[in-house]
Design a protein around this ligand. Structure first.
Ligand code: SME
Length: 172
């Protein structure tokens, strides 16, 4: 397990830490790792590597325009989120990372925990640009995430969306 990075670490330390997390994920995954095992491993490694990650988890696209909880770490997460709602819904709908420094200023934010102050949600897309899941990270600190977090998480999204044959359980 990696050391835990403080929210007050400088940019270089933070960039290096994302590199180290990716190395750690790589070391844990083997040739038989499937997408579900990959999601669980990504979430676990990230959650324990940063002191400002208070909830870390995936929401999967389970049917048209609808997300359902996947592997996560932290307290209870909401089970179902339509694309029309919340930060997760916005990331899935717009196919774009949502970096939210203050959740109270985000219209429609869904408060799964009242302690959450800031949030980042990154879409995982297949090569055709279809969203298969979103990775949601919540923090109890205000403005906890910055562009380095965004770059690190988007790198993970690209790396593993391409590597694993994600099988969305979209029922058409
Ligand atoms: N805050 C998210 C909902 C998921 S929970 O925070 C775990 C949202 O607004 O989409």
């Amino acid at each position: 397990m990696l050391d835990v990075l403080s929210r007050h670490a400088d940019a270089t330390q933070k960039e290096k830490h994302y590199e180290a997390v990716i190395e750690s994920i790589e070391a844990l995954m083997g040739p038989d790792t499937d997408w579900l095992a990959a999601m669980a491993t990504i979430v676990c490694e990230l959650h324990h590597a940063f002191d400002y990650y208070d909830w870390t988890g995936f929401y999967r696209v389970v049917r048209d325009e609808h997300l359902q909880i996947g592997p996560y770490q932290g307290g209870h997460g909401c089970l179902d989120i339509p694309f029309t709602r919340g930060v997760c819904g916005a990331a899935a709908r717009e196919r774009k990372t949502q970096l939210v420094p203050d959740v109270e200023l985000f219209p429609g934010h869904i408060a799964c925990a009242s302690s959450t102050r800031s949030e980042i949600v990154v879409p995982f897309m297949n090569p055709r640009g279809e969203v298969l899941a979103v990775l949601d990270v919540d923090s109890d600190s205000e403005a906890a995430f910055d562009l380095i977090d965004q770059a690190g998480l988007e790198r993970i999204a690209k790396l593993y969306s391409e590597r694993f044959p994600m099988r969305p359980s979209v029922q058409r």
